[in-house]
Design a protein around this ligand. Structure first.
Ligand SMILES: *Cc1c(COP(=O)(O)O)cnc(C)c1O
Length: 404
């Protein structure tokens, strides 16, 4: 199984103090922490072979290019993509979604329909609204129920021959719900619709297989998988990436340029204009190596234990309500206590060294559904412990007492 005490030694930040108390980091759904193995890769890059890629004949440029392309192969392998050119480096999930939404501007017509889910992050709502404004397409929403689960019968009934695109997250960042994306993909394909899955929250906990899912596009961010910020990946099926126009113009993405006509580079470079986050890409590969060494089966089994334990403890606090009680969920717990404002509890917890998120979690429609301004969200990774949860529960009880 999983040797948490040893794993924690890999994370320097977990040993610092915050406000005079040992840090307890429960804001993993916003960003994860970085192990020394990944930090070392970053330091090594800038200390030893920092250079621009794909253009230099000199040795440093070759080394950097090799490491960057090697990391692309690791990403391909991790997600089981058929071709390495189906992996596009992005600056993160938001960039990947906007790249696709922009690309479809020229492929959609007035009256076409786009389906998103009620559980989406703002970054998976706003780009589609903008796309609808540009094209005259219509946005439809798969509703959710009180448990925070998508109502699939409603999905079945809004799906039709006009449906061109379906966008859904694999796991909700606000509630932790694991969505039945295999079902959604299969049903959408029956109508010829293209499916994009936002994997920002799933990749830290499970290992998605894009070919088994038969998904058309899949996006994620490295910083939620123990990697650095500012880098992520977009997986796209070759046929779709070929059909989509480039997102940004610039260096790296061209084959030939003249003032009369420019031809674009082949995949993946067509979508990778400008100097990328080279070090970030290499570190992304190292982060996947790190997670795979621990093993995703071990990670999810352990995190489920943490989820179960924390849920049981929280439920014993009077007046505490958990939002998001789906049967299938990951280690994210959103809750409120009585009428206490989440921000007030979050502030007191911070004084005790405990980092949780408070607010709408970039998912205002979900908060509107529950008629609340926000929640407190505790989200766990494999480096968290039951002892930390105990400390958190004690601190939470104290905060509630102070505020009621
Ligand atoms: C974090 C997150 C995003 C946005 O990721 P960025 O790295 O900020 O681009 C999108 N969707 C979900 C579900 C997320 O959790």
């Amino acid at each position: 199984m999983l040797d948490v005490n040893n794993i924690r030694k890999d994370f320097p930040i977990l040993h610092r103090q915050v406000n005079g108390k040992p840090l307890i980091y429960f804001d993993n759904a916003a960003t994860s922490q970085t192990p020394q193995q990944v930090i070392d890769v970053i330091v090594d890059y800038y200390s030893n072979y920092n250079a621009n890629i794909h253009r230099g004949v000199h040795s440093l440029s070759q080394e950097a290019t090799d490491a960057y392309e090697q990391a692309r192969l690791k990403i391909q392998n991790h997600f089981n993509a058929k071709h390495s050119h189906e992996i596009i480096y992005t600056s993160g999930t938001t960039h990947g979604i906007n790249l696709i939404a922009n690309g479809f501007s020229s492929l959609l017509q007035k009256g076409d329909e786009i389906i998103v889910s009620a559980l989406e992050h703002h970054s998976n709502i706003v780009p589609w609204q903008m796309l609808c404004e540009r094209t005259g397409a219509i946005l439809k929403v798969i509703p959710m129920n009180q448990n925070g689960e998508l109502v699939l019968s409603e999905f079945d009934s809004i799906l039709n021959d006009n449906t061109k695109l379906v966008f859904v997250n694999h796991i909700s960042n606000a509630l932790g719900t694991i969505n039945p994306i295999k079902y959604i993909i299969t049903e959408a394909h029956k109508f010829g619709a293209v499916v994009l899955v936002d994997g920002a929250q799933s990749c830290p906990h499970i290992k998605p297989d894009v070919q088994a899912l038969d998904v058309d596009f899949y996006v994620c961010s490295a910083h939620k998988i123990c990697g650095p910020t500012g880098v992520g990946m977009l997986y796209g099926k070759e046929e779709w990436l070929k059909k989509l126009p480039p997102y940004q113009g610039g260096g790296e993405m061209i084959a030939e340029v003249s003032f009369e006509k420019t031809t674009y580079a082949d995949l993946p470079h067509k979508f990778e204009a400008g100097t990328p986050n080279i070090c970030g890409g290499i570190a992304f590969g190292a982060a996947l190596d790190y997670m795979n060494r621990i093993g995703f089966a071990n990670i999810s089994a352990y995190e489920n234990e943490l989820l179960k334990y924390a849920t049981e403890q929280l439920q014993q606090i009077e007046g505490l309500k958990i939002y998001g009680t789906a049967k299938e969920k990951t280690s994210v717990i959103s809750f409120n206590v009585g009428n206490i404002h989440p921000y007030d509890i979050g502030t007191i917890l911070d004084k005790m060294g405990i980092a949780v998120r408070t607010g709408h979690h970039c998912a205002q429609p979900i908060m509107d559904y529950f008629k609340i301004p926000g929640t407190i969200r505790a989200s766990f990774m494999f480096y968290n412990t039951k002892e930390e949860i105990d400390t958190f529960i004690t601190a939470l009880k104290k905060a509630v007492m102070m505020l009621s």
